[in-house]
Structure formats: C-alpha cells, structure tokens
Design a protein around this ligand. Structure first.
Ligand SMILES: [Zn+2]
Length: 500
C-alpha cells in the first residue's frame, strides 16, 4: 500500500439542495483524491450529509414529514449530484448511520469522563440557520446573525457544556507548533484571532428537540448537531485511525472556520486524540459579487450548468477558475470564455489537428516521439509543477501548468506545419512528439476531467486506462510507443457561441 491520504469535505446540511458551492468543495476533494490515487497513495475520500438539528426538525414539520424522511429525501439529492459529477468518494456518510451514533457516544463519553463536559444553564442569541449561539457583540445591529443577516432567537436551556474556555492556551500552543495546519495563512490568523478574543464554553446538548444522537449519560438530552457532525471524520475511519489520523486533509468553506479550526481541534484534544493535521479553508463562491443563499434566490444547481457544458468542462471550470482560498466570483460568461479558450481552442484543437494530420500524412498510424524533442523538457517541468500544485491544494496552478504544455505543443505544430510537409521522418517526428504530449496531458488532466482523459487515451490508440501505471514514472517522456491507430473523432469540445 502507498502512503495514506485521507481527504474530507464538510458533510452537507440536508435542509438545502446541492448547489455549485457544495459542488466546488466536493469536486476539489475528488480531484485531490484522484491525483493521490494516480501517484499511488492509499486514498480514503469521505463526504456525506449532516442530518440532525433544529433546522431539519422544523423543515420536516413544515413538510409534514418525519425528520428521518426529510433527511432521506435531501441526502439522496446530494448522492445523485455527486454521481452525476463523477465523484469517487469511498464513503458517503450520513450522521443517521448507526455506526456514527456509536462513535459520537463513545467520543463524547470520553470527554465527559475526563471532566471537560459540565451541566449548566445558558441563555443567549441563537441562529437556527447556523445552529450556533452568538455573543450579543457578534450580532449585526444587535439582532441579526453575522452570517445570515437574519434575526436570531433567544434560547434558554439547561445543558451540558463543553469547557472550551479551558483550551485557549492549548489551542494557541497547537497553532504555534503546527504553523501549516490551517491554510491559507489569512484563515489561520483568523482562527488565532478568534481564540485570542476569548473562548466561551459551548452548550453541546439539547433537551428542546429529539432529533439528534442521544447523550449516553443524560436521558432526554441529544447532542448539539455540530458536535455530532464533526465526529463523522472519526466514524468513517474507525479501526483505521493508525493509518489515517491525524494526517487528514479537511476541506471547508470559511463560514464554518470557527467550528473546524477552533472547536474541532479542542474536541480532539479533550477526547485524547491529535487534532487534524490539515485544515484547508476556501472562500465563498460568489454570484455577481453576492454570496449564494436560499433567501437571495441566487443558488445555481450543478445540473443546470452540466446541461450546457457537460460534466468534465464543469469540473474543469471550477478547478481552473477558482483559486483555493480567496472568494471566487462565478459568471456564465466567464465560464463560456474559459471553455472556448482552454478546452475548444487549446486542448480540443491539439487533439483534433494531430489526429487529422496523422490520418493524412501517416495513414492514421501514430508515430513514436523523438528523444531529443524540445517538448520533452517542457513536459518534465510541467509534470513537476503539476505535482507540486496538487500537493499544495492549488488546482488552478496544477491545470495552468498542464495547459503550458498544451500551448507549447500547439506552438510546436504551428512552427513546423506538418500539414504542409511531405510525409516522411520530419513529419513523423513532429506528430510523434505531439502524440506524446497528448498522452502525458491525458494523465495530468485525469483528476479534473476523467472522461476526457480516458477518451484522449483511447483515441491515440493506447490500451487500458490512464492511471493504470503510476505517476510520475508513467508521465516520463517517451512512453508513447508509436505504431498505434489514431482515431479522427468528433471535436471533444465544440465551441460554444456566446450569443446563444
Ligand atoms: Zn446564521
């Protein structure tokens, strides 16, 4: 087995249908999982749905359903969206799964036994959409949730509290000792700022609702939804902790930074396990500069864009266009422009012109590449840069590196103009080099565009699937054997007319 690589998305809350923001995190995790499989790592990729809490209980009541039925209906929509997008998760966890109940109860019982959970009364502003209490000072105009900008409610409960306040110094020490744990640095600083501003104990059980994991030491109480949800990362690797923990890579959006980068490491410490080693925080996907929300009616479902562009171009767009970390702004026009320039004009054009000229000048049989090709050095550098970018969770950089090779190959063809030359060794050399570039590109784009990768592989006559042999060895220059039938097929990415 290779090196363990454990990657997670947040589990998505089932009061909502999947939109392009959920899909962004999930495609990023999928591309990382695919890349790490390509380099031979032992990958475990976890996603799923978060199904407890007041928001679900209320949504169920409004729809005349049981909470379980409500959860079933929405959970399956996430599964369907991920199937459509080719997401290769190893487990789709639901917080209603029986093994999750067991792990949550064991985890929090350990914290209770160690004395870090105590009974107390709490009254405070609570945002049902966040499922979180706020300090008065956090509220906008004293009444609205800072995330949702909607009125909060005041809840009073006698609950069990996690003594988070005891963990301020230990968290700061952990951040100090693990400077790379939270990426990017701006988000690390934000988390440290939250800790330094003072941590209050967190109410982690509820008696006001029944829809949750029962608290083993206190009948009538269920766990607060966030405290049950975060533990899903442990449930999924139960029995394999030695392999996958704490070297996990959590991906998350910045609105849940407080839960993942402050609460979760403290909970791990309290339960006697190491905090997660990698917390990769990304920004919001904005639409015309605005945050997507149910209330703003500006949520876009992945299926709407897949219908116009196809699955691989959809995946490519968000991986290439949205830098992991800062906020990204989505526009339909931008997606068309990116598609036409990168996919139609560059990658699609390279494949179709090579196949056409091989057909005309080489009788449809692909020649072998040359050892001294000027493209060999470019390819070697690109493979290295692509690997480094995936390693740093920077998909746009990985794809930009790959497209450097595609552009160089197109330029090489334009310089040599094999379509104007007489068949012979010179033409064979240029086309063989271009076919080798296509082979390497098929490997490098596999994490982003798996079907495209397989289709290029097939059209240039290669057997098996890209990834049957591991990178980086498989991407070394000279792997295309020559003598293979090259298929002239329909354009992979027909241009999209903007005036449609
Ligand atoms: Zn809120």
């Amino acid at each position: 087995m290779g090196r363990p690589f454990y990657v997670t998305t947040p589990i998505y809350y089932v009061n909502d249908a999947p939109h392009i923001g959920h899909a962004y995190t999930t495609i990023t995790a999928d591309a990382l999982a695919r890349w790490h499989r390509l380099i031979g790592d032992d990958v475990f990729f976890l996603t799923g749905t978060d199904e407890h809490g007041l928001k679900i209980q209320r949504a169920a009541e409004a729809n005349g359903l049981t909470p379980r039925e409500q959860a079933d209906r929405t959970s399956v929509r996430f599964k369907e969206a991920w199937d459509q997008l080719g997401i290769t998760y190893d487990r789709f966890i639901r917080t209603t799964d029986p093994d999750h109940y067991q792990v949550v109860q064991e985890f929090l019982q350990r914290v209770y036994d160690s004395g870090d959970i105590e009974l107390s009364t709490y009254e405070g502003p609570y945002c049902v959409s966040c499922e979180g209490y706020y300090a008065e000072s956090d509220l906008i105009d004293g009444v609205n949730c800072p995330i949702h900008n909607r009125p909060v409610e005041v809840l009073v409960e006698e609950n069990y509290f996690f003594k988070l306040s005891r963990y301020e110094q230990r968290l700061l020490d952990w951040y100090e000792a693990n400077p790379d744990a939270v990426q990017p640095e701006s988000k690390r600083n934000e988390a440290i700022g939250l800790i330094k501003s003072g941590l209050r104990d967190v109410s982690i059980t509820r008696t006001s609702l029944q829809w949750g994991v029962p608290v083993p030491w206190a009948p009538g109480h269920v766990f607060y939804v966030w405290y049950d949800a975060l533990i899903n990362y442990c449930t999924a690797i139960r029995g394999k902790e030695e392999l996958y923990w704490p070297a996990v890579h959590h991906l998350l959006a910045k609105d849940i930074l407080r839960f993942h980068c402050v609460y979760w490491p403290a909970m791990c410490m309290a339960a006697g396990i190491d905090p997660p080693a990698h917390l990769n925080v990304h920004g919001y996907l904005l639409i015309g500069g605005e945050k997507m929300s149910k209330t703003a009616l500006n949520q876009i479902a992945p299926a709407d864009l897949i219908a116009d562009f196809g699955v691989d171009p959809y995946r490519y767009h968000f991986l290439r266009d949205v830098s992991f970390g800062p906020d990204g702004d989505f526009s339909y026009e931008g997606m068309v422009a990116r598609y036409n320039s990168d996919l139609a004009n560059n990658l699609g054009n390279l494949l179709s012109r090579v196949a056409t000229v091989v057909d005309k000048k080489c009788g449809g049989v692909g020649p072998a590449p040359t050892a001294g090709s000027p493209l060999a050095a470019v390819a070697a550098a690109v493979v290295e840069d692509t690997a480094s970018a995936w390693d740093r969770v920077q998909p746009p950089e990985a794809l930009e590196a790959t497209w450097r090779l595609i552009r160089e190959a197109n330029a090489h063809l334009e310089t040599n103009e094999p379509w104007k030359a007489e068949p012979g060794p010179a033409v064979d050399a240029v086309l063989g080099d271009a076919l080798e570039v296509l082979r390497i590109v098929a490997l490098l784009v596999q994490p982003a565009m798996p079907s495209t990768s397989a289709e290029i592989w097939r059209r240039i006559g290669l057997d098996g699937m890209p990834g049957d042999e591991l990178l980086p060895a498989a991407a070394a220059w000279g792997g295309y054997p020559g003598g293979l039938p090259v298929e002239k097929g329909a354009p992979l990415f027909p241009r999209i007319n903007v005036d449609r």
